[in-house]
Design a protein around this ligand. Structure first.
Ligand code: SF4
Length: 325
């Protein structure tokens, strides 16, 4: 088996939030709590979970925009957390990120050319002519004509702005892109176009993606594997097909039950979860999902379930799958 391109081991991230009178008390927020996964070269791993589960913190830790509190991140054999700042800056050329709202991630004062050329200007010695040629090629790759070089973000639709953000992310020929909810701010028809564009770019360039979303149906067609996160932990991880055909964790089953299916005859019974994701400042003891789980047992309130293989390449953290349960 070849080495994974990205390997994340026991990653944790604890923030300290100031609380109390005059902010004198430091309150720990455990955003990530022992996250483990790997992503192979050319593969897409979907990370799915509700808002507040730690997905975006994970994305920022991977690119070391945040320094994790513990654990390890290996990228192409390099220990990212041990790299000096300058080496990490070079490494980021190979690791890019595309965010949910292109209008807040793109500088409104720059036009299409300046936005896409900015990384080239910072990291290469290209002449102006070379840069223009490169930007025209990158725009064509994302389905935009050279005309878009003169447009500013306010003159773009959501889909066009996200294409500019993608062209910018591709400028330095990365191997790996973190896509943090890249389609959630877009209309459904535009979402499908962006997903198809991402799939095409992956085929042509051999890209590796980490696709973060709150919506399981969005990642179904793009992900090879899917990891479901709840309150800073991965609770289930397997192939995209197995998650949809045979979800095992009660949280995954609930998420899936609210996902629309194309065939009305195959309608799933909706599982309504009470409440929302508990606060990471005071997570429930034992299995963090026990306050909302329709299948909760006594043991769930006391002990966190270990991650177990329930089938080939299918891991679940739930006491329902422990021999003692
Ligand atoms: Fe539900 Fe218990 Fe499984 Fe947690 S461990 S998901 S509370 S059954």
């Amino acid at each position: 088996m070849t080495e994974p391109l990205l390997s994340v081991h026991d990653l944790s991230m604890v923030y300290l939030r100031r609380a109390g009178l005059f902010g004198r008390r430091a309150q720990p927020i455990r955003a990530l709590n022992g996250v483990n996964f790997t992503v192979g070269a050319g593969e897409t791993l979907g990370i799915v979970g509700e808002s507040g589960c730690g997905k975006s913190t994970l994305a920022r830790c991977l690119l070391r925009l945040l320094r994790p509190s513990g654990g390890g991140i290996q990228f192409d054999g390099e220990d990212l957390l041990a790299l000096k700042n300058e080496d990490m800056r070079m490494m980021r050329q190979r690791m890019q990120m595309v965010l949910q709202n292109p209008f807040s991630s793109l500088n409104p004062r720059l036009n299409g050319f300046e936005l896409v050329a900015e990384p080239l200007r910072t990291h290469t010695m290209m002449s102006r002519k070379e840069m223009v040629d490169r930007v025209v090629t990158l725009l064509a790759e994302v389905g935009l004509s050279a005309e878009f070089m003169s447009r500013h973000p306010h003159q773009l639709s959501g889909g066009q702005a996200q294409r500019i953000a993608l062209a910018r992310a591709l400028a330095l020929n990365p191997d790996f892109i973190v896509l943090d909810e890249p389609t959630s701010a877009l209309d459904v028809s535009v979402q499908a176009q962006i997903i198809n564009l991402l799939l095409g770019l992956q085929r042509q360039r051999g890209l590796t993606y980490l696709f973060i979303t709150h919506d399981l149906s969005v990642v179904q067609h793009i992900s090879d594997r899917i990891a479901v996160m709840y309150l800073g932990k991965i609770v289930e991880e397997t192939s995209s097909e197995a998650i949809f055909a045979n979800p095992q964790h009660p949280y995954t089953q609930a998420l899936l039950s609210s996902t629309p299916v194309p065939d009305p005859a195959a309608k799933r019974q909706r599982i309504i979860l009470p409440g929302s994701v508990p606060s990471a400042t005071n997570p429930p003891a034992g299995c963090a999902f026990h306050t909302r789980c329709p299948q909760v047992m006594d043991i769930c309130r006391m002990r966190y379930p270990a991650s177990r293989l329930v089938a080939r390449n299918h891991r679940v953290s739930c006491h329902l799958y422990e021999e003692s349960a």
